[in-house]
Design a protein around this ligand. Structure first.
Ligand SMILES: Cc1cc2nc3c(=O)[nH]c(=O)nc-3n(C[C@H](O)[C@H](O)[C@H](O)COP(=O)(O)OP(=O)(O)OC[C@H]3O[C@@H](n4cnc5c(N)ncnc54)[C@H](O)[C@@H]3O)c2cc1C
Length: 500
């Protein structure tokens, strides 16, 4: 096959929260003539491509339909391949990184003074605000009422939505583009100023100044790349790797070897999550309205988990239930009476939890659901049970009880019913969507992969700009932090281009 050649000043690989932001931040230089390309392995979605059909959209957006499994097969990881990356399917919850997290990360120059102007800029650009009370649906109101009855702290999520019609299909792509992801905001801004976006372009390997990629024929009826399908050698002065936590480490390993940096792929975290379901006598209609309005952080310090509102689609909801048969049918048959709660465990980075590659160069994730995570999950199931019943639920489906339903009159026995020995990994559906780490920032090449500005240690002209940079978990929904880090990387590129 013919090998095609392209040449740029800057090539950005991956167009999600990280890569899309680098493109936006370099757009003024593109306007002045710098040749910048933004490549993504996935296609470009238009509003009409987001059909709201659960299976179809899971196939179109998610790697392994959203069911990518860790090596031990006891947790699934959700991440996307599309122009805009996982921001196409995120829920739009927007948090600043807490100061305690930046202190824990302990990366020189990375502090609130540096981050605040960047965070504020992206909050404004993405229209981050609190939903007015009339837009908060019954599923969310029940969560609030339950927390208030129990005297638990409750917070309202800042959301980055514009003209949201409450379709509730955020996690399979919004048919109105109401969530403000990089495909809606930062990438159009960059393109208007001359950044070239190339969809369906998967990068296989890089070396300083050189990118080996393949452009493929379009899929799912999406528009093709403006170059013919085939093998490409792309030369560039600066290369930015922003392929996401499960794209960046594998690309660096394929290109430079698994041990090119001692910590490459390590310190992976992901906020392991449980989706819990209860049933009310009243009709809740959780599938109407934005799914996420409230969170409860009462247990963050003591038990390391957050409770959040959520409302998932029929298949995802039923796959999260432990069991088969008539009880599943009964609960799923009354989905309009369901209340749902999402548990996020705030996991701590461990060196053994890591991303690596198989022989074909594809990602493999080793992650241990250890005692600290199990303890947090047991405590969270008990807490969610209390919250469901305080909200007025008649019965709840609580894992680790050994039975399908727990009833409202059993609320005082939750500590006895939800037992650690009944919590079986592989049986309880654990999933995660906040994938972080693998290329941690720092100053010492022995304990980090990049410098505090995303420059790969020991290799000039190659940068990392995505969630891989996190030295430990974010403890909050991470996209805004990723954008702020990506904007720092863009500053480093500017400086290095100037120096060159
Ligand atoms: C269902 C869901 C809900 C979420 N909700 C929220 C939320 O409400 N708030 C929040 O803060 N976070 C949320 N997140 C997390 C957030 O979306 C991610 O943390 C964020 O998008 C990660 O940014 P990234 O740049 O690291 O990777 P991504 O956004 O995943 O982008 C990586 C891109 O790289 C591309 N790529 C990978 N490999 C290659 C290659 N070899 N060549 C070319 N391109 C490649 C991929 O196609 C992808 O487009 C959610 C995630 C999911 C899945």
């Amino acid at each position: 096959m013919t090998e095609h050649h392209l040449d740029y000043d800057v090539v950005i690989i991956g167009s999600g929260a990280g890569g899309g932001t680098v493109a936006r931040e370099l757009a003024d230089l593109a306007e002045q003539g710098l040749r910048v390309a933004l490549l993504d392995a996935g296609g470009r979605f238009r509003k009409r491509d987001n059909t709201r059909r659960e299976f179809e959209m899971a196939r179109k957006y998610y790697v392994d339909n959203g069911g990518f499994q860790t090596a031990s097969q006891d947790m699934t990881l959700a991440f996307c391949e599309a122009v805009g990356g996982s921001t196409n399917v995120y829920t739009g919850v927007t948090f600043r990184p807490p100061e305690r997290v930046l202190q824990k990360w302990n990366v020189p120059t990375l502090d609130l003074d540096d981050l605040e102007p960047r965070l504020e800029k992206f909050e404004q650009e993405n229209n981050v605000h609190l939903q007015p009370p009339e837009n908060i649906n019954r599923n969310n109101q029940l969560f609030r009422e339950g927390c208030e009855r129990l005297g638990w702290e409750i917070g309202q999520f800042p959301l980055n939505i514009r003209d949201c019609a409450g379709l509730n299909t955020c996690n399979i792509g919004c048919a109105r583009f109401a969530k403000q992801g990089t495909a809606q905001v930062q990438i159009p801004y960059a393109e208007q100023r001359g950044v070239e976006v190339i969809p369906f372009c998967r990068v296989d390997r890089i070396s300083p100044g050189r990118v080996e990629a393949k452009i493929r024929e379009p899929e799912h009826g999406l528009p093709p790349a403006h170059y013919p399908a085939g093998d490409y050698i792309i030369t560039a002065r600066k290369i930015v790797v922003a392929a996401g936590t499960l794209g960046t480490t594998p690309l660096l390993m394929r290109s430079f070897g698994k041990k090119a940096w001692p910590e490459l792929g390590r310190w992976f975290t992901c906020h392991p999550a449980l989706t819990l379901v209860a049933e009310h006598d009243e009709q809740v209609l959780g599938s109407q309205g934005h799914p996420k309005s409230y969170y409860c952080d009462t247990f963050v310090e003591s038990d390391h988990f957050l409770l959040e509102t959520c409302f998932y689609f029929p298949f995802v909801t039923s796959k999260n239930l432990v069991g088969f048969g008539p009880e599943v049918d009964e609960l799923m048959g009354r989905m309009d009476h369901q209340q749902q709660i999402l548990v996020l465990v705030l996991d701590k980075a461990k060196r053994e939890n890591r991303v690596t590659i198989d022989r074909a160069g594809n990602p493999v994730v080793h992650y241990d659901i250890d005692a600290s995570i199990r303890d947090a999950m047991i405590a969270s199931i008990r807490a969610a049970g209390r919250l469901f019943f305080a909200s007025g639920a008649t019965r709840a489906h609580l894992p680790a009880t050994g039975r399908f339903f727990t009833w409202a009159n059993e609320v005082d026995q939750l500590d006895d019913l939800v037992r650690p020995e009944r919590f079986r990994t592989g049986q309880v559906a654990i999933s995660a969507a906040h994938l972080m780490g693998g290329c941690r920032m720092g100053t010492d090449p022995a304990s980090s992969v990049t410098d505090p500005w995303g420059r790969l240690h020991g290799l000039d002209g190659i940068y990392v700009a995505d969630a891989s940079l996190f030295p430990d978990s974010a403890e909050v929904n991470p996209y805004l932090t990723i954008m702020a880090l990506a904007s720092r990387v863009a500053d480093a590129i500017r400086e290095d281009l100037g120096a060159a």
